[in-house]
Design a protein around this ligand. Sequence first.
Ligand SMILES: Nc1ncnc2c1ncn2[C@@H]1O[C@H](COP(=O)(O)OP(=O)(O)OP(=O)(O)O)[C@@H](O)[C@H]1O
Length: 688
Amino acid sequence: MGGNIYIIIVIIIYIFFYICLFFFFQLTEGRMKADQEAPPPSPGLEDLAIRCREVCRSYGKLKVLSNLNLTVPQGHIYGLLGPSGCGKTTLLKCILGTLKISRGHISVLGKPPAFPGHQVPGRMVGYMPQDLALYNEFSISDTLTFFGRIHGLSATDTQTRMDFLVDFLDLPHNRLQNPRCALKLSCVMCPCRIWQHLVEIVKTGKVSVVITTHYIEEARQANVVGLMRNGRMLAEGEPETLMKQNSAATLEKAFLQLCETSDQVGSKHSTYPQGGVLESGQSLESGREESQPILGVGPGPVEELPKYSADWKVRVKNVMPKWRNIAALIIKTTVRMKRMPGSLFFQFLLPVMQISLMCLCIGGDPKGIQVAVVDNETSSSSFSQSLLSFLDNSSVQQVNLSHAEAFAGAYNGEYWAVIGFGKNFTSYLTKRMIQRQVSKEVVDGGSVHVWLDLTNRQIALMLQKKIKDAFEVTNDTFEEPIYGSMNSDFTTFVTPGAVLSITFYLAVGLTALSFVIERKEGLMERCWVSGVSSMETVLAYLISQLIIISVQIVLLLILMLLVFKIPNEGSLVLVIALIVLQGITGTSFGLVISSAIDDEQNATQAALGIFYPNLIVSGIIWPVECIPYPLRYISLALPQTYASEALRCIMYRGWGLSRMIVWRGFVVTLGWNTFFVILAIVILKLRM
Ligand SMILES: Nc1ncnc2c1ncn2[C@@H]1O[C@H](COP(=O)(O)OP(=O)(O)OP(=O)(O)O)[C@@H](O)[C@H]1O
């Protein structure tokens, strides 16, 4: 009872800790993304959709944006143009709040991106990345429903928009078609209609559009264009004005002219170490040191700007998790799983297969082990015959041979042992039993002689045990065991640890893989732009994984307890709770790996690299007591060592939470889980 109260207190502290952690990260999230101390709005700022001033951003040592200024007036189409690699995508990510800027100030619709309560990223922004970044397994309908949910649209609104898009883009009415193909096809087939639509929607003055492209002429229809090069804005203005100012017939020629002017005016060496390549092949080596564009809209005079502040209620609201987003992500994962039955089947069946193979192949007694018997007694009523009849025939197969044949066979590897009886074994053994003192010859002649091949320790140990059990003359009595059963074998020892390990590592592998792929394909970024926080992403992953782990555990327990008859003396609830917690810890660890590593191959290698050392050092295969001392301390700190011990104590000793060994297993698991979740969120935030 006392132990249970203690555990309840620990769980309450744990939940409280999680809530504090959640608040902490949500509060810092706003602060990390928003440059709240930066100099903000100037008069008339409300007329601007986006305003960037002196924006700098680097990837490590690579300076991508350099004192960049950009102004997008409200109700305009803005063409952000420049060669591949000049920093357009990076700038857009900074504007959307998914990348932090190193210096400068950005305001979008009047506030810095990710400012508490501001819906950029979120509902106020729509983002179409270059590579579409849509779920492959989703149909058009699934895709629109998912993003509709994240943007908080009602089912009717989503349907209305879906109908509009299907008609407008001439999408196939079979909504099960892959949206990637359909959208790509639509963009190729009807670019004019899309431009026309953009012109229509900006006319309301409430919507502004930024289009980036490295095909400069494509943007002639934009109201304003910004020409970028090497992370700087060369010029901003109306396309016609820019062409006129540069005496150029096309926008592309105007851009070339600007580049030349920039090279002439620019400093001798560029601070930009890596440039992009223009379609028309301009030189990229040089760049201007000045932040000012050559033409058009500059930063203007130095502005006195107010500080941004958010009401505490807005901050608190911002801190709260949006269950709508979490639910949308969970539904998305469920729909994806439904669309990939093969993968789902694999996830459910893999642990079952692993445990079945383990119970079938590990820990059982060897069968049919051939042993040579050299019996020099001839009488059928001899003691040697009686003793040999006690040998377990299913495990030990006796082959009667002469002395020479037996040893020749053993040296040839045909027999694992030679059992020998002397000519007068029966009479000498009788003498040994009756007389108090006997000669050495009688002791020797009345003993069974066994020669073992010890190259396979498990087989040799089994033979020793079987021979001892059969031939034991003195009857040492082993009473009923205090815990466990006389028949318990290695499988019994290894199963609890193996179940935890399989659940943990399957969760690690699958989470790491799917998270890395989603990040790599830009799917996660799309969600972040739609207002999903990294905390919501991690929580949704944990909950989705919980559903999979639950099914895995049901199948595992049925197999373990009913098919392979692994005993369970303790509470089934505790057994399930510990396995579930280990699975969730595995998911958190998978999130750590995938937050830190960018491609699936490295993520898989990392997961595999950690799997074997952990399996060996955690005392799952061999007792921790056999591990040499310095390594044993490491073993005890691992996530599965105390947890495996706790599970063994629950299952075989019937212990509950009042026992220190049991609650220690839970506490260590929860501790690791918390550590991994914090680490994953910190890494995700740092890498944004
Ligand atoms: N995550 C990253 N880590 C390191 N370098 C990056 C990263 N993302 C982009 N870069 C580098 O930053 C520079 C600018 O890239 P960015 O994608 O912003 O250019 P871009 O103008 O959008 O090019 P494109 O039109 O081809 O997409 C390039 O040199 C690119 O290699």
